[in-house]
Design a protein around this ligand. Structure first.
Ligand code: GTP
Ligand code: MG
Length: 328
């Protein structure tokens, strides 16, 4: 049985191997991705983002536990967790810390945990995460949770990969600043105040409500609920799972699902094209030529626009897309 077949039939070892090939940009991984892409599009992709230490992993552990042990009459879904840490150089399998925090679900055959690390540019991480999630989707996981540390652009990029994005806040971590952080409220479909056992949670809720009421309305007309959780004991987790299901349902009835799928796939393609075009161009232009242009830029003989213009001409293929800054 080839690798794609093994992955589609649920073989975990083949899945882990394929993910490593995909992460390392091996051609076998690429081929397997090509061969399995037709099987993607079913999974509910849930993004979880928030500041370091706000309790994302603890919360995901509780969420997954609840999904795996649903109320009577509901089916237990298969869940994959992708932990994306832009600051960590380690990758493959699960990080030790996440293994510990997610120990409740780590031994469950319906759960698959994968950690991804930066290794290279941020664009590269978004591209690889997209590919890893696609493989997990093809492998038949009903729900794929993507956990990212909220450190800026990374979580906005990762939010593009999700249908539903949870933004996690914890009390007392500079509430005002967090709530105003550029982009964070715009990407939130559900706002979660974790560590609601701490007394400062009331203040966090007040700040978030104020920020939300300052004119935020989602594109599809969904108003993000603000939920309280305590990941330590599972308080509020059922309500959170309920809100995630509701958002999924909402996307299906409002047409938002198709819209997000289109945006997501276009984003995936754009990132890929950016990486691919840059790398092709780089391979065609001699290193010395790049160095020479950089020197002239450094000496203020040319502007950055002129430098880019010159460099784009050097490969003899790509034409500049912007007018040169000095008329020829
Ligand atoms: N009091 C309290 N502590 C919590 C709660 N949830 C998590 N913690 C603690 O907060 C710390 C960080 O939790 P993690 O789950 O590792 O947080 P994280 O956001 O995944 O952290 P990074 O991945 O490092 O960004 C741990 O010591 C948890 O035990 C909560 O609801 N209440
Ligand atoms: Mg974590």
């Amino acid at each position: 049985m080839d690798m794609v077949q093994a992955v589609l039939s649920g073989d975990r070892l083949s899945l882990a191997r394929l993910l490593t090939l995909v992460e390392n940009d091996m051609s076998a991984g690429r081929e397997a991705l090509d061969g399995s892409f037709g099987h993607t599009g079913r999974a509910h992709r849930v993004g979880v983002t928030g500041a370091p230490g706000c309790g994302k992993s603890s919360l995901v552990n509780q969420m997954v536990r609840a999904i795996r042990h649903p109320c009577e009459g509901e089916l237990a879904q298969r869940v994959a967790i992708v932990c994306v840490d832009p600051s960590s150089p380690f990758s493959g399998g699960a990080l030790l810390g996440d293994r510990i925090r997610m120990r409740d679900v780590a031994g469950d055959s319906g759960v698959f945990i994968r950690s991804m690390a930066s290794r290279g540019a941020l664009g590269g991480l978004a591209r690889k995460t997209a590919a890893v999630v696609d493989v997990l989707d093809a492998a038949g996981f009903d729900c794929i949770v993507i956990e990212t540390v909220g450190t800026g652009q990374a979580e906005v990029d990762i939010a593009h990969l999700a249908h539903s994005t949870l933004v996690i806040e914890a009390p007392g971590m500079g509430d005002e600043i967090q709530a105003n952080k550029a982009g964070i409220l715009e990407i939130a479909d559900i706002l979660v105040i974790n560590k609601a056992d701490l007394p400062a949670a009331d203040n966090t809720e007040r700040v978030l409500k104020e920020a939300l009421h300052l004119g935020y309305v989602s594109k599809e007309g969904w108003i993000p609920p603000i939920l309280r959780t305590v990941a330590l004991d599972g308080t509020g987790i059922d309500e959170l799972i309920g809100a995630i299901r509701q958002h999924r349902q909402y996307l299906h009835t409002s047409g938002g699902w198709e819209q997000r799928e289109r945006i997501r796939l276009k984003f995936e393609l754009d990132v890929l094209l950016q990486c691919e075009l840059f790398s092709r161009w780089q391979h065609q232009v001699p290193e010395e030529a790049i160095q020479a242009v950089n020197d002239r830029l450094y000496n203020r003989q040319i502007s950055p626009f002129q430098a880019a213009d010159e460099l784009l001409f050097l490969d003899g293929v790509i034409r500049p897309t912007f007018p040169p800054s000095v008329p020829r």
